[in-house]
Ligand binder design. Structure first.
Ligand code: A2P
Length: 331
């Protein structure tokens, strides 16, 4: 049967993509309830009137997508689940909860629960990265990952995307621009991810999430992993450079063969044309682009590969992954 669907955070950057993904993929939808804050109540999106989220918003809802931040998820997701909804939560609220599955369907669909409840959607960097790392496990066990990210504005929401556009226009016009959403000037600049930095370790909250989520999704609790997360002035696709060490020697050509066949991945690895993954080509695409596949020459034992990825933060990094989870659970 078709599901009664609710989207919490429907007016946000991810919410809008969720509406689009459900429609585009033909998710069996009997009714669609759009929820956001009181600020948006009464707004119309595609023939639906947005309602303020409330305690009784989830009666009769079969599938609820949450993308309004961890606070809203903590307040309402358990309530929706208790009323029988299958909840796909895009926030960080439940990702590391040992009782909640954290899933990228192409990688660890086996972790999905059998019945209703909360399933967590990973952080957008993790979701893109494991699309390559998951299939590469066919080469051997992954023992170490070093990553550096080039993250887009969309990860900080629709207001951050607007700020990137407005600040770039202001700079080109020679006008002053005071950032309001992000902590630093964004036009013609980049900066260490705006999540708070742990004074002990020096890692920021984004990096800590990404590292912990890789371990959980890949089922490698002891994985040696380190990320440096950086925001770059790109609108909506995240890119990253990865160095991946295996437990045995590996070859770039074998990796290329595996990734060429991997669902949800597109090889963009043309050395002659110097054409590799780029955020402008990943934007609006379901597939994660993977290329620059090469032996990492810092490892004399030949066990390490270097690669570069670009993936749409709003789709694979959020809305598409959430809808793929819902498709598996609802069928
Ligand atoms: P609203 O537009 O009413 O503020 P983004 O990630 O693009 O910033 O979007 C965040 C989403 O989360 C928006 O849909 C926003 O709704 C919603 N949201 C933010 N705070 C709340 C809240 N306290 N209750 C319900 N929805 C919220």
């Amino acid at each position: 049967r078709a599901a009664n669907v609710a989207i919490v955070g429907a007016t946000g950057a991810v919410g809008v993509e969720l509406i689009g993904c459900l429609e585009r993929r033909g998710f069996p939808t009997a009714s669609l309830r759009l929820l956001a804050s009181e600020r948006s109540a009464g707004r119309r999106i595609g023939g639906h009137v947005v309602e303020a989220v409330s305690m009784d918003a989830f009666a009769g809802v079969d599938v609820a997508f949450f993308s309004a931040g961890a606070g809203v998820s903590r307040a309402y997701a358990p309530l929706a689940a208790a009323q029988g909804a299958l909840v796909v939560d895009n926030s960080s609220a439940f990702r590391m909860d040992p009782n909640v599955a954290l899933v990228v369907p192409e990688v660890n669909a086996a972790d999905l629960p059998a019945g209703p409840g909360i399933v967590a959607n990973p952080n957008c960097v993790t979701a893109v990265s494991v699309m390559a790392l998951g299939p590469l496990r066919a080469l051997g066990g992954i023992v170490r990952v070093i990553g550096a990210t080039y993250q887009s504005a969309s990860g900080a929401g629709a207001a951050a995307m607007d700020e990137l556009t407005a600040s770039t226009a202001a700079q080109l016009a020679g006008e002053a621009f005071a950032p309001k959403v992000l902590p630093h000037p964004y036009a013609f600049n980049l900066f260490s991810h705006n999540a708070a930095v742990d004074p002990e370790t020096g890692y920021n909250g984004e990096e800590e999430k990404v590292m912990a989520e890789h371990r959980k999704i890949l089922g490698l609790p002891d994985l040696r992993i380190s990320f440096t997360c950086v925001r770059v002035p790109v609108l909506r696709a995240h890119s990253m450079a990865l160095s991946v060490e295996f437990d045995r020697p590996v070859s770039p050509s074998a990796a290329r063969e595996i990734l060429a066949e991997a669902p949800g991945v597109r090889l963009v690895d043309d050395r002659a044309a110097n054409h590799f993954p780029m955020p402008v080509e990943a934007s609006g695409e379901d597939d994660v682009l993977v290329g620059r596949i090469r032996q990492d020459l810092s490892d004399p034992e030949g066990k390490t590969l270097a690669l570069f990825l670009s993936g749409d933060q709003l789709l694979r990094g959020a809305a598409l992954n959430a809808v793929l989870i819902a498709e598996r659970l609802w069928r």
